[in-house]
Design a protein around this ligand. Structure first.
Ligand SMILES: Nc1ncnc2c1ncn2[C@@H]1O[C@H](COP(=O)(O)OP(=O)(O)OP(=O)(O)O)[C@@H](O)[C@H]1O
Ligand SMILES: [Mg+2]
Length: 209
């Protein structure tokens, strides 16, 4: 059954594309058909990553898609295992179209109040469209334990928060510009990629297929 995951946030730079890359690379280790969709193609970070990666078949990129709903139903019919949709922060209409067609939405958030406040527009879409969602903390500095714990506490009021997040590491940044996911370049990042993917599977486990 195809699982469509939209990675969305109302704030730029929250870690959407870096997380999309991690999820797509991690999913493609065990699934034959993974698609990634760049909804932020004015900026095109995901498309740039895909080009540098060597334009693989798995994960396969779609960046010039015309109608999103049509593309997603075609990919469902073609029995893709996973589809990851990387959103643009400023286009809530397109974000809503993606979320509506998804099994779940993942909302990357940095551990700060400004970032937490900026989640409201996307959580409101998920609630109104009755799509399961979860927050995931990104670029976590392990030295800032109190700040991270506060972020989890505050976000928990608005919705579920993944126990795993992405840690703040130079290798996450460097890997992506080399066409890799962080965990492919740095083995220390493998446990967190595994944990995030496992939590994602649980999130969509109970969702509609
Ligand atoms: N876990 C991480 N550790 C270190 N840096 C990170 C991490 N995740 C993201 N970054 C860095 O933070 C910046 C923003 O990340 P990214 O481009 O993934 O966010 P985005 O939400 O896709 O941004 P946009 O809204 O512009 O599309 C980038 O410079 C990226 O390299
Ligand atoms: Mg991006």
């Amino acid at each position: 059954m195809t699982k469509i995951i939209t990675i969305a946030s109302g704030k730029g730079g929250s870690g959407k594309t870096t997380l999309t890359v991690t999820l797509a690379a991690r999913a493609s280790k065990e699934a034959k058909r993974v698609a990634i969709i760049d909804l932020n193609n004015d900026q095109g970070n995901l498309s740039q990553w895909y080009l540098i990666r060597g334009e693989p078949e798995n994960p396969l990129l779609f960046d010039d898609f015309g109608d999103l709903e049509t593309l997603l139903s075609t990919l469902r019919r073609q029995r893709y295992d996973w589809i990851f949709v990387d959103c643009a922060p400023g286009d809530l209409d397109l974000t809503e179209s993606a979320i509506m067609a998804s099994n779940a939405a993942l909302l990357p958030v940095r551990a700060s109040a400004f970032d937490a406040w900026a989640t409201e527009a996307v959580t409101e879409i998920c609630r109104r469209r009755k799509i399961p969602f979860a927050f995931i903390l990104t670029a976590l500095d392990s030295k800032m334990k109190t700040l991270n714990a506060h972020a989890v506490k505050n976000l928990s009021v608005e919705g579920p928060v993944f126990r795993s997040g992405t840690s703040y590491k130079a290798s996450q940044i460097n890997a992506v510009v080399a066409g890799k996911a962080g965990f492919e370049a740095d083995k220390d990042l493998r446990p967190e990629a595994d944990a995030i993917f496992a939590e994602l599977k649980s999130l969509v486990g109970g969702a509609r297929g």
